[in-house]
Design a protein around this ligand. Structure first.
Ligand code: ZN
Length: 146
């Protein structure tokens, strides 16, 4: 499967069957909202962190297929990771969509498909929105524990 095909397949699969969709609104989950005015994407993410590990992530995204599918993929890739592992993966994801080739494909899993947005610079904000939201959530939880 070439990259363009992978890109389309991952986006369509996760757009049609989003993973971890639906917020729980309980105190053990930290909520973050972000939006992307240039496309009209709205991102709602909840993260549950226990003992330095991301034990669960929920998402409720609306907008374009790239932002919505990326939210689904993000939850799948980051659940079960430690905070340190997650921060590295998030950073690798940003670098990958910006054009860096030397990245850890294995840790990125299905998210590797978003390498395809390099060809569409206007969509980079769509692809990274969910990752910016979880990054903000992780930072807020960690800072509140200090
Ligand atoms: Zn978008």
């Amino acid at each position: 499967m070439d990259l363009n095909e992978l890109y389309r397949t991952v986006i369509m699969d996760n757009y049609k069957n989003p993973k971890n969709r639906g917020l729980v609104h309980t105190d053990d989950y930290h909520f973050v909202h972000l939006n992307n005015p240039s496309c009209g994407d709205n991102m709602n993410v909840e993260v549950k962190i226990e003992n330095g590990k991301i034990v669960d992530v929920k998402q409720e995204a609306s907008g374009c297929s790239i932002s919505m599918s990326s939210a689904s993929v993000m939850t799948d890739v980051l659940i079960g990771k430690t905070v340190e592992e997650a921060k590295k993966i998030i950073n690798d994801f940003y670098e990958m969509v910006m054009g860096k080739d030397d990245i850890d494909d294995e840790a990125l899993g299905e998210a590797i498909a978003y390498m395809g947005v390099r060809s569409f610079p206007a969509r980079i904000k769509c692809a990274t929105l969910a990752w910016k939201a979880i990054e903000k959530g992780i930072d807020e939880v960690i800072n509140s524990e200090k």
